[in-house]
Design a protein around this ligand. Sequence first.
Ligand code: URP
Ligand code: ZN
Ligand code: ZN
Ligand code: ZN
Length: 467
Amino acid sequence: MSSSTLVRGGLVVTASDETHADVLVEDGRVAALAAAGTPAAAALTADRVIDATGKYVVPGGVDAHTHMEMPFGGTQASDTFETGTRAAAWGGTTTIVDFAIQTPGRSLREGLDAWHAKAEGVCAVDYAFHMIVSDVREETLAEMDLLVAEGVTSFKQFMAYPGVFYSDDGRILRAMQRAAGNGGLIMMHAENGIAIDVLVEQALARGDTDPRHHGEVRKALLEAEATHRAIRLAEVAGAPLYVVHVSAREALDELVRARDRGLPVFGETCPQYLFLTADRLADPGFEGAKYVCSTPLRPQEHQDALWRGLRTDDLQVVSTDHCPFCFAGQKELGRDDFSRIPNGMPGVENRMDLLHQAVVEGRITRRRWIEIACAAPARMFGLYPRKGTLAPGSDADLVVYDPRAEHVVSARTHHMNVDYSPYEGRRLTGRAETVLSRGEPVVTAGRYTGRPGHGVYLPRSTCQYLA
Ligand code: URP
Ligand code: ZN
Ligand code: ZN
Ligand code: ZN
């Protein structure tokens, strides 16, 4: 079915420009942009017109780090691909990149097939996959080449979680060498998991079992040490590196040093580290468990450093690491032992609004908002300019964003399948009013109009930050 839509009267904001322009959408793509008031704009016609007067018109968000239905600690993340991508759409995010997982002893292919089966036919918005490599063998390395060729161009490794996802330095080096040859991008969970496990054991032996100790044992220095080691290993391998969920100032310092030396080293942080601090882990009544994720929340001074890193482009991307577990029945698994609390927090619905709040508060510019939430993740993971911008030929993943709409974040009104919000009660200014995914309205003037199965799988090219 061919159709056209004209989005008229808004301020079009991309990572590079802000222009009052009308946007013509045809057959799921951006067909034209015309500066407001020009003859070219007057000549645009379409089947349907969306009035964006007084609103921003921005690219749909690209959340490059989600974990729908992720198995962890004997349970699994509470959002399915269906519920999680619907919540993403509500929040103005139209692309997610989730993590397929290799089971140790099995092939990458089996893991990837399993994740395709979970996502196929149920997503509300488009999706792609990274691959978690938890067992580096000769066959695994050969499979990495095949995956890159078919559009799974990034691989996550873990220096944390011994016995689960953990890789030692030799396995990391081998995967990095392979990535250096095939164009893949290694994403690193940089925490010294071996040392952390010693501190966990010692804390539990002392009777320090409550959630607060999760933050204490996962020390900033151990994030920094692992970040440093990952950078050196990548340098030896001649591979680029993307460090996920950076939360410690000392880890950011390592990225800054590497980037100052000209290395292709990139960093991601997440809204939880930008808007929440470690004292939440001490919330009474085991409520601190709601804030357990790894890397952990940190004291205020780390947050200030992360904001600075976003302004100086030492951090390039803000993703959510959306990995929700309900307080009831899931977070509660760790009532007597913080190390049994499933790690992760929800946020896929909140990211665009939280980052817009940073615009409202003068921490970042509007264009930087779009850069870190849309354009940079699309470029980093080979989806640009199909995703992450509004240009002729781009997918018409477009958000009419009301910068003045006030709302209060709450689990009572959010659409993620999780029984709490880490941002409960927070007042935000700005929200997605209408959201198009490849030209189809998935949210229309604040009403959900999407459907499961609209979202398609996106094979990706290699990292475009290196070209
Ligand atoms: O606590 C977290 N981040 N859970 C998700 C898995 C990961 O390490 O990204
Ligand atoms: Zn991680
Ligand atoms: Zn994650
Ligand atoms: Zn809201």
